[in-house]
Write a protein that binds this ligand. Sequence first.
Ligand SMILES: *[C@@H]1O[C@H](CO)[C@@H](O)[C@H](O)[C@H]1NC(C)=O
Ligand SMILES: *[C@@H]1O[C@H](CO)[C@@H](O)[C@H](O)[C@H]1NC(C)=O
Ligand SMILES: *[C@@H]1O[C@H](CO)[C@@H](O)[C@H](O)[C@H]1NC(C)=O
Length: 780
Amino acid sequence: MLLTLLWAVASSCAFTLVSALGSACTSPLGAGTAAAGDPYWLESIQHRGTAAFNPDPANYVVFRNVKDYGAVGDGSTDDTAAINAAIQDGDRCGGSVGIETVCNSTTITPAVVYFPSGTYVVSTPIIAYYTTQLIGDPNNIPTLSASPSFAGIAVIDTDPYIDGGSGAQWYFNTNSFFRSVRNFRIDLTAVAGGATGLHWQVSQATSLTNVVVDMSQGADSQHQGIYMENGSGGFMGDLVFNGGKFGIWVGNQQFTVRNITINNAVTAIHGSWNWGWTFQRVTINDCSVGFELESGSIDGDAQTVGGEAIIDAVVSNTPVFVQSTTATTSLAGSLVLNNIQLTNVPTAVGIADGSVVLEGGTTTIESWGQGNVYEGTGTTGTFVQGEIVSANKPSSLLDGNGHIFGKGYPQYEAYAPSQFVSVKAEGAAGDGITDDTQALTDIFSKYSGCSIIFFDAGTYVVSDTVTIPAGTQMIGEVWSVLAGKGSAFQDVENPKPVFRVGESGDQGVTEISNIIFQTIGPAAGAIVVEWNVAEPADSQGGAGMWDSYIRLGGSEGSEQDINTCPWTSTNNYDPCMSAFMALHLTAGSTAYLEGTWVWLADHFMDGDGYTRLSLYSGRGILSESTGPVWMIGTGSEHHTLYQYNIVNAANHYMGLIQTETPYFQPTPAAPTPFTYREDYNDPVFGDQITEALGLNVINSQDIIIFGAGLYSFFDTYSEDCVDTRNCQQSIANIDSASSVTIYQLNTVAITYQLSVDGVGIINQADNINGFTSTVTAWSQ
Ligand SMILES: *[C@@H]1O[C@H](CO)[C@@H](O)[C@H](O)[C@H]1NC(C)=O
Ligand SMILES: *[C@@H]1O[C@H](CO)[C@@H](O)[C@H](O)[C@H]1NC(C)=O
Ligand SMILES: *[C@@H]1O[C@H](CO)[C@@H](O)[C@H](O)[C@H]1NC(C)=O
C-alpha cells in the first residue's frame, strides 16, 4: 500500500517536470567516424550494465570480454575453457546433475559475451547459456575455429544433451528463449570427419545474424552449418554457409529465415520436420540440391515437413531446387514458391526417385504451389501442384530488385564510441526500482538525433508516458528492459501509452534494437508501445525495431509471477492485468519489425521455469498503418481479444506470423475480462467467434501474409482438444471489404481455419497435414 502511494507521488511530480523541459540537440549525428581497424564501440565503451533482479546486482557482471577470461585468439591456443568460463561466470542458468537439469530458464542472469577480433580455437562446444548474447566485433569479425580433434555436437551449443542417452536436455526446446549470436566466422575446415557450426535448437526471442560458416567442400563432406532438431522459433538472417554436406539441417515448429546464402554445399537446406517455415531471399549457388524435404507423413507421430514458403530465392548451377523424399499426390507437405529466379537449375521441384514435378531451367517462377487452394468465401479447396494466386506486391514493400525489402539489425559498426551516449552515464538508474521517467525524457530530449542512445543492461522503470522522439536510434544490451509501472497505467477505460514512438505525423530514421518493453505489476490501462513514426521518403525501412520484444509478466521483478497470478486462481483479474494493448501501429506510421515477439507470459521463467500463470493482456498488435509495414519473423501470443488486428490498413508484408490463444479461454469467453471498444477497432465476438483471434483483417488492402502459424492448444487449460483438433472454433477472420492473400496458413486445433465476415469458411478437416491443417493459398 505504501509503495503504491509513493508511486503516485513520483508520477505526478515527474509529469510536471517533463513539460518544463524539451530542448532539441543541435549537432546531428551524421556518418560514423570509426576509423578502419578500430575495435567495435561495444568493446571500447565503459560498461555499466547490470542485471536489476539478480540477487547481487552490484557484483554480477553482464558484459564479459573473452580476453579478460584468458582467451587468446591467436589461432593456436585452445580457448575453449576460457570462453566457457566467460559465459559461466556468475551462477548462470544451465548444467545438469545426473540426468536432471539444474535450471530450466531465468531472466536474472543476462550476459553479453564479447569476442574481439582474433581466431579462437575450440575443441569442444561453446555453450551459450540461457539469456546469453555472443557478439563478435563486426568490423574485424572473429573466427571460431574448430580444432582438428573437435568433439561435440557443435561449435556453439544452445541446448546440451545430458549424458545418459535419455534424450534429456538442459532446457525445454520450446521455451529456449533469449539467445543471440552475431558477427562470427565459424571455421570447420580443419575437422576431417563430421562437425557442426551451431546446434541452434531455440524458440522465440532468439536471433542468429551475420554469421559465416566455412566447411569442407565436396561430395564426401560431413560438415553442417546448423543442426536444429526442434524448438519453437524464431528468426535468423544475414547468414552465409560455404561447403558442407548440409548448409543447414533444420526442424522446428516454425521459423523465419531472411537473407541466407549457401554456396557449394551438397544439400543447401535439409528440412526434417516443421509445421511451417518462411524463407525470404535465399541464395543458393553450386549445390546438388537446394531444399531437401522429408515429406509424406500426413498422420501418425512422425511429423515431416508440413510446409515451406519460399519467396525471392535466387538459385544457380544446382541440379534440383526443391526435392521431397516421397511423391506427393495429395496434401502431405505444402510448398509455396514465389518469385524464384533459377539459372541452370534443371529441376525446380522433384522427388528423390528422380521424377520431376516442375521443370526448371533458366527461368523465373512467379507463383507456384503444392497443396490446397481456396478463394473468397468458397468452402471447397482444390489440390494444386501448379500456378497459384500471385499477390499484388505494392512497390513500397519492394527493394530495387523487386524483392521484398529487408534490412538487417543495426549495429552501428561505423560509429565511434564518442558518438554514443550511455543512459546510465546520463543519470538513468536502470535498477528496476528508481523512477527513470524524467531521466529518460531528458536524455531523449538532449540526444535523439545527435547520439546513438545506448541502454546499458538494466531495467528502466517509468511511471508515465515517455516519448521516444522520431529520429532516435537506440540500442540495448542483452535486451535492456523498459518497463511501465504504477498508477498512470491502471485505467482500462482510459488507456495510456507507456512508450510512444514519435508523435502522430512525425517522420525520421528511428531504430530500436535489443530492447524488451514490459509492464510491472497490474497495468490494465497500458498501451505498452504506441508507434506513430513514419520512415522518411528517402529511407526505406527507416522506422523499425530489430530483435526487440514486448514481454508481459512471467519474469522476476514483473510482480506477475507464480505467487500473484498462478494459473489455478480463477477470476483473479485485478492483480493480473498486464496491458490494455501491447503494440499499436497508428494510422500514418510505417514500420519494419524484424523478430518482434509480443508475448504475454504463459509461465514463470524464473523459479522452476515451467509453472503456468494466468495473466490478462487485452490486445496484441493493432495496425492501422497504410504502410509500408513489414513484419518479418514476428509472433504475438496469449492476448485476450486478438494477436494481430489489421484495420483500415494497407501495404503489409507479414511472414511468418505466429500466434497462440490464451490457455484459459473460453473460461471466460473473449473479451472478458476486458470489454469491447469500438474506438480501438476491436473485433466483434459472437456465435462463431468466441475466443481470441489470431488474425483479424478489416477494411484493409494489399495485405500479404507469407506464412502463418495460428495455434490453440488448450480449452480451459485442458489439452485434450488437440487430439480432436477442435480447441477453438475460429481463429482468422477477414472481412469481405479487404484484399488479402495468405500463403501457407497453418492452424492447430481450430475447426474453421478461416472465416469471412465472421462466418467459418474453411474446415480444417479438409486440410489435415500432420499436426497442423494447412491451406496453401487463400485470396480475396
Ligand atoms: C527433438 O528432435 C530429436 C531429433 O529429431 C528427437 O529425437 C527428440 O525426440 C525431439 N525432442 C523433443 C522434445 O521433441
Ligand atoms: C545479406 O547478408 C549478407 C551477409 O551477412 C550481407 O552482406 C548483406 O548486406 C545482406 N543483405 C541484405 C539486403 O540485408
Ligand atoms: C524443470 O521443469 C520440470 C518440469 O518439466 C520440473 O520437473 C523440474 O523440477 C524443473 N527443474 C528445475 C531445476 O526447476
